[in-house]
Design a protein around this ligand. Structure first.
Ligand code: NAP
Length: 463
């Protein structure tokens, strides 16, 4: 794979410094005649590893060490706090670089499309996650944690994260890197019961086994399921018996184990419901959430061979003062790129962006990660995904010398002119050291600096 360095290297821009971006950069830099500039709209890199992974999952964040090793390559540069489409146009990047790859993820949420979804007290899980993780755009969000019961719609891993954070005590959270504003708000939380709502059965639940198992091990919260909802229906049982799917079998066993547990004397309860679909979020008369009306479901075969939920006609009201909708992320269109509204992704073939009309690749434009395949998989899934895109990019670069792109110094000057407050990798390392130092003093992995202005001020005072 490695070619001899040439005097004029190929120059590539990657937009989005999350896991897909870093895995892509790592693979591109494996070839010695490639230089990569990585752009992010925030001063801090790592995307969802910093702003999505739950604070009580610190081990998962260790993957940033791999990203830091990539960033130490002398052919790598970081331009943080630079938004493509705002400070620098995508068209400019296309002129400056031999190739441009977008790894911008899925920045918004899917909607349920039911009445009451936008009542006060009904939020998306993505907002709550970004808030407790100290994402600068979400720090001013207010969540009324005075409610005793909270409903979380969906049974994916994000729903699990939200439910778990709500069930942790302030003492448990205080040793994590949760944002200070969130820790302060959660100290005053009166939430005592979290109810997760799955529309299909236990065998179809989107959460993974390690994550659901952890729900059964929470120090302060007793996990509860409704035995009749956990017992497999004949169709799910037949599907499970027919398939060699040990992970789903294990998932069902974990949930059946929860059904057999004797009541535990804990201060909080986490209830996982199945076969219920929210049909309305109900108003308390003053525009605030008071309950979720759910339809009870049964499963029937869908055209694609999966099992889908259909209402039985029975409904139930679950009182809740706060609702989090955790029904999946969704990609956002990037100006200048084609976009498939249905899947929320950029049309592509193996990472090469294609014109949806003709199906022909758009030369020099690539995607990787959630904007390429949709919001699925764990962090590691992005490695092979980005690998496929990197292979396409390197094949298209060919074996010859570069030289078509603007020089590194020229781009630096252009970006600095367009965005004087751009943040370099060395800047980020100083911020990271500051956060770790503050964390050490408080017995936490780091204390995050949240507002962008504060990050920039910290850099200025440290110069
Ligand atoms: P997800 O895994 O796709 O789960 C979405 C959930 O929402 C599913 O239970 C889905 O049910 C449900 N849903 C969708 N539309 C609904 C509707 N209209 N009404 C009721 N329920 C509805 O998405 P996610 O939880 O946002 O996670 C995104 C990705 O990040 C996943 O791949 C996840 O594994 C990953 N992640 C991993 C971790 C970790 O490893 N610890 C942590 C967080 C996220 P159906 O199945 O019936 O559609």
């Amino acid at each position: 794979m490695s070619a001899a360095p040439t005097s004029s290297p190929f120059r590539v821009a990657v937009v989005g410094a999350g896991p897909a971006g870093f895995y892509l950069v790592e693979r591109l830099l494996a070839r010695a005649d490639v230089e990569v500039d990585l752009f992010d709209r925030l001063p801090a890199p790592y995307g969802l590893v910093r702003y999505g992974v739950a604070p009580d999952h610190e081990k998962i964040r260790n993957v940033t060490r791999v990203f830091d090793r990539t960033a130490a390559n002398p052919r790598f540069r970081f331009f943080g706090n630079v938004e493509i489409g705002r400070h620098v146009a995508l068209a400019a990047l296309r002129r400056w670089y031999d190739q441009v790859a977008l790894t911008t993820g899925a920045q918004t949420d899917r909607r349920m499309g039911i009445p009451g979804e936008d009542l006060a007290g009904s939020h998306t899980a993505t907002e709550f996650v970004a808030w407790y993780n100290g994402h600068p755009d979400y720090r001013d969000r207010v969540f009324d944690l005075s409610a005793e019961r909270v409903a979380v719609v969906g049974v994916g891993n994000v729903a699990v994260d939200v439910a778990r954070i709500l069930c942790r005590t302030p003492e448990e959270l205080a040793t994590t890197d949760i944002a200070d504003h969130a820790l302060a708000a959660l100290r005053g939380s009166r939430v005592r019961e979290v109810v997760m709502l799955g529309r299909r059965g236990p065998a179809q639940a989107a959460f993974t086994n390690a994550e659901v198992k952890e729900l059964g091990e929470l120090p302060a919260a007793a996990v509860r399921v409704v035995p009749g909802e956990v017992a497999l229906d004949p169709l799910s049982r037949a599907a499970l018996d027919a398939e060699d799917d040990s992970a789903t079998r294990k998932k069902v066993e974990i949930l059946e184990g929860f059904a057999r547990r004797p009541p535990a004397a804990k201060t909080r309860t986490l209830t996982i419901r199945f076969l219920v679909s929210p049909v309305a979020v109900l108003d308390d008369g003053s525009g605030r959430v008071r309950a979720v009306r759910v339809a009870r479901n049964r499963l029937e075969p869908a055209a694609d061979g999966s099992l889908r939920a259909v209402p039985t006609g029975d409904e139930e009201e679950i009182s809740a003062g706060l609702v989090f909708r955790s029904v999946g992320y969704r990609g956002v269109a990037v100006a200048g790129l084609p976009f498939d509204e249905r899947s929320g992704t950029v049309p592509n073939r193996g990472g090469r962006v294609v014109d949806p009309g003709t199906g022909a690749p758009i030369v020099g434009l690539f995607v990787a990660g959630w904007i390429k395949r949709g919001p699925s998989g764990v962090i590691g899934t992005n490695k092979p995904d980005a690998g496929e895109t990197a292979d396409a990019m390197l094949a298209d670069l060919g074996a010859g010398a570069g030289g078509g792109a603007a020089g590194a110094a020229h781009v630096l000057e252009r970006v600095r002119t367009a965005r004087p407050a751009c943040v370099t990798w060395a800047d980020w390392q100083r911020l990271q050291a500051l956060e770790t130092e503050r964390g050490r003093a408080a017995g936490r992995p780091r204390v995050k600096i949240v507002p962008v202005a504060e990050m920039l001020a910290a850099l200025a005072s440290d110069r």
